[in-house]
Structure formats: C-alpha cells, structure tokens
Write a protein that binds this ligand. Structure first.
Ligand SMILES: NC(=O)c1ccc[n+]([C@@H]2O[C@H](COP(=O)([O-])OP(=O)(O)OC[C@H]3O[C@@H](n4cnc5c(N)ncnc54)[C@H](OP(=O)(O)O)[C@@H]3O)[C@@H](O)[C@H]2O)c1
Length: 271
C-alpha cells in the first residue's frame, strides 16, 4: 500500500514546502510519515521545526522507507540528483517529478528499470494551496499510485491528468499563467489610479473582481461569453471598454503569449 509507506521529498524548497503544508493540512499523510532530504541543513532544520517532519542526513537514509518520492529540485539539478537516486539501495518507490521541461523518458532513463514515474506541472498558487497541477502518467504506474499522486496535488489546489504531449501547452497556459494574470491585475490597478482612485482602493476592487469572476464562472458553469453579455448593456459603459480591448487585439495577444511560452517550453525540453 503506497499510502501506508513513507513519503520522501528530495528538495525541500518553495514547492516542496507547499506540498508538505498541503498534505498536512488535509491530513493525507501524518508528519511522521514525511521525510525530507535537502542539501541545505538550514532548510532541513526549518522544515523539522515548522512541520515536525523527519529530516534525513543522506539521500540513502530517506529512500529506504519510502513508497513515494517527490523530486522538488530545480531542473538544472535534476540530472545529478536522478543519478544519485538511481544508485540508492532499496530504491523501489514511485518517483514524482515537478521539474519543468523534464520528460518522462528522461526520468525513467535515469532510474532503475521499471521504476514508476509521474511528471507534474504545478503552478505558483500552490504556495497558497490554490495551485493548478497537470499530471502525466509514465509507464509502470498503478491505479493506486496515480490516485495517490492526484491526492497529493489536490491537497495544494486542483489536479488533473493529461497526456504528456500536452505538457508544453500546460506549461505555457497554467504554468506561466499566474504571470499573465498578475500583469493584467497590475495594469488594472494602475488604470484605477489613473482615474483618481487611491492605490489601496484600486487594489481591493481589482483583486475581488478577479476572485469573484472566477467563482462566478465556476459556480454557474456558464460560458464566460454568456456571463460577459449579462454585464454588457446596450450603449453602456462595458461595451465601450470591451471595444477598446478588441481594437487593441487583447484576445490575439493572449493567444500569442501562450503560443510563445509553449514553444519556449518545447525548446527548453529539447535542449
Ligand atoms: N516554484 C514554482 O512555482 C514551480 C512551479 C512549477 C514547477 N516548479 C518546479 O519545482 C521545482 C522546485 O522549485 P522550487 O521553486 O521549490 O525550488 P527551490 O525553492 O530552489 O527548492 C529546491 C530545493 O532543493 C535543494 N537542492 C538543491 N540541490 C539538491 C540536491 N542535490 N539534493 C537535495 N536537495 C537539493 C535546494 O537547496 P539550495 O537552495 O541550497 O540549492 C532547495 O532547498 C523546480 O524543478 C521547478 O521547475 C516550481
């Protein structure tokens, strides 16, 4: 039973910590079943103090009791880390990687034969347990392991399963997405200030507008265009604003942004 064994974090940085927090908040794994190995002793001390999880002095020590290992190091550190993991005795865990652009083939190729691997693309709102994660299933992964992986990433937001061939598009859309949304937010906040609103007032209005609109789409299940039509009265204010956005090619610009980020993700994955 994969869930009854220990869960190991190889790398306990921002994303590792977000996942640990999510798992503990949702009681999916008790703290004594979470192990972490990180090159930074300071980080290990912090994680132990903050979450009462078990820090490990070596990777070997972490690997032995683990049924699942989440690799949460930067992509440029992946190769040496995988090599080290592959040579650990008693390595029989499901391996989950969140490294951007690191394919299932490359993952599996560096680990003992038949190691089950899952590739995940989370995004930064996971840091506040509101992330969006896409999971691609590798070979040798059982239904039970896949369910467990979904539980882990649902604990920091919402997780879905996708085919690996979609991972570059996922990276360009939801991986980079928070940056697009933040830029839109910042622009609207400035727009409010331009119209004379105090910055704090503008910030509150913009934030709640984003939050409320997302909830409205989710809860009504309606198409965004249908909800937009409800706000857009004939000859009114909203249609004047929308006309400018259409004239400036906002839709096309967003599509091109996602296309450019998707292509860049593909390029980085091939390099
Ligand atoms: N942050 C995000 O929103 C986000 C979104 C999508 C995907 N990801 C992916 O998540 C992964 C982790 O990102 P992050 O933001 O959490 O990075 P991070 O904060 O830098 O965390 C990585 C941790 O791993 C440690 N580490 C480095 N080399 C190690 C080794 N050989 N063995 C064990 N630990 C080692 C680092 O220590 P030092 O700092 O001392 O090197 C650091 O504490 C990346 O691959 C990234 O692509 C992140």
């Amino acid at each position: 039973m994969v869930e009854k064994e220990a869960l190991g974090f190889l790398g306990g940085g921002n994303m590792g910590e977000a996942l640990i927090k999510g798992l503990l908040n949702t009681s999916i794994v008790p703290p004594h079943k979470i192990l972490v190995f990180d090159v930074s002793n300071e980080r290990l001390d912090y994680l132990k103090k903050m979450y009462q999880i078990t820090p490990c002095a070596t990777l070997e020590e972490m690997v032995s009791p683990c049924g699942t290992i989440i690799i949460a190091v930067k992509p440029q550190t992946m190769e040496p880390v995988l090599k080290q993991l592959g040579t650990c005795k008693n390595m029989r865990a499901l391996v989950i990687s969140i490294a951007a652009g690191f394919s299932l083939e490359r993952l599996a190729g560096s680990l003992p034969e038949k190691t089950p691997v899952i590739r995940v693309m989370p995004n930064t709102p996971a840091l506040v347990q509101e992330g969006t994660s896409a999971l691609a299933r590798g070979e040798n992964v059982s239904e039970q392991q896949m369910d467990f992986a979904l539980k882990i990433f649902n604990s920091v937001g919402k997780a879905i399963i996708v085919e690996e061939k979609w991972m570059d598009a996922v990276t360009g859309l939801s991986g980079s997405g928070p940056a697009y949304v933040l830029m839109l937010m910042e622009s609207l906040m400035d727009a409010g200030v331009l119209e004379g609103l105090p910055r704090q007032v503008s910030r509150e209005l913009v934030l709640q507008t984003f939050l409320g609109t997302a909830h409205m789409v989710l809860e009504t299940g309606k198409h965004p265009a249908e909800l937009k039509d409800l706000i857009t009265s004939p000859g009114g204010t909203t249609i004047e604003g929308l006309k400018v956005l259409e004239e400036r090619g906002t839709r096309g610009a967003l599509m091109q942004a996602v296309r450019a980020a998707t292509l860049r993700s593909r390029e980085l994955g091939e390099s």
